[in-house]
Ligand binder design. Structure first.
Ligand code: PDD
Length: 294
């Protein structure tokens, strides 16, 4: 394959060496991006309409408005292969949520997308088509390996946007009738018997460092811990709920789907865990969090 020297970035054609995007781009930070790859054969695109129609659907699904009409997209594609002299190969296009100098999951109401295209000259009807390829079978893990802290964060970014639309700050994510985690934190509840419940470690959740920190502080407190998955109904009926993460540390969850959790105020177990955690990190709790002293 030969990457064409001229690429398209945000409204302009430029040499590939000059094409630069911000490290704060949502494609880089959250995988918040759509892409298409369209084949070029004999200087013509193979079903560009099909690709542009799928792009429209993907962009709509990920809250990015389509920056161009189909006609404008077709013109950019044509200009790109002309400038690079591509007769046979591929055009890659990517549209991301863009950059705005910070990392926040939900992002602005309206994105100013980053648009990037390059052309690649390569034979499409070649050895693989002639001789065949070798395959193995593998479990489909897209994206089920949440235990790895990767930037596959598109669903979380969309979850934050949906939460914001609903007047909330985060979401308890549910899979197969069980809460996995909060949108970017581990989820915890306290049941009517005062038991602290958080999901056990598995591929389904990130092994939170804050979660582990909290667990290490429970010895000798008399708080009973149960590591198991809980349902959204249990969370709704819990007497307390909170999340843990490096960003928000121990955050009391006071409503779920608009209804109060327990009293609708941060509860005593949550306050105790906040206190323990803040003390362990060396905070002067009386000064910075007197409300955690109970
Ligand atoms: N997120 N689960 C998810 C999906 C997370 O994104 C995070 C952290 C956690 C908690 O992990 P820890 O306690 O190690 O921070 C659980 C970070 C804070 C973020 O993306 O901003």
């Amino acid at each position: 394959m030969t990457i064409g020297r001229t690429v398209y970035l945000n409204g302009k054609f430029c040499p590939v060496e000059d094409a630069a995007i911000s490290p704060f781009d949502r494609g880089f930070l959250f995988a918040h991006a759509a892409y298409e790859v369209t084949a070029v054969y004999d200087g013509r695109f193979i079903d560009l309409e099909g690709h542009l129609s799928r792009l429209r659907r993907t962009l709509e699904g990920i809250s990015i408005s389509n920056p161009y009409s189909d006609e404008a997209w077709a013109e950019i594609h044509t200009d790109l292969i002309d400038k690079n002299g591509v007769e046979e190969g591929l055009v890659y296009l990517e549209v991301t949520g863009g950059a705005y100098g910070m990392r926040d999951f939900a992002g602005p109401e309206t994105f100013t997308p980053t648009v990037f295209l390059y052309a690649d000259t390569r034979p499409l009807i070649g050895e693989a088509a002639r001789d065949g390829i070798k395959a193995i079978t593998l479990g489909d893990t897209r994206w089920k390996r949440r235990d790895m802290k990767t930037v596959q964060l598109l669903s979380q970014a969309l979850a934050y946007r949906t939460a914001r639309e609903a007047g909330a700050d985060t979401a308890f994510m549910v899979e197969d009738g069980l809460v996995t985690e909060a949108a970017s934190a581990n989820a915890w509840i306290v049941d009517a018997e005062g038991r602290l419940i958080t999901r056990e470690l598995s591929h389904s959740i990130l092994p939170g460092i804050t979660r582990a920190g909290v667990l290490s502080l429970l010895d000798g407190t008399g708080i009973e811990l149960v590591e198991r998955a809980f349902t959204p109904e249990e969370a709704a009926g819990a007497v307390e709920a909170f999340t843990t993460s490096a960003g928000a540390m121990v955050a009391p969850v006071i409503t779920l789907d608009g209804k109060p959790v327990g009293s609708g105020k941060p509860g005593p177990v949550t306050r105790r865990i906040q206190r323990l955690y803040y003390e362990a990190m060396g905070a002067d709790v009386a000064a910075v969090a007197p409300w955690a002293l109970g």
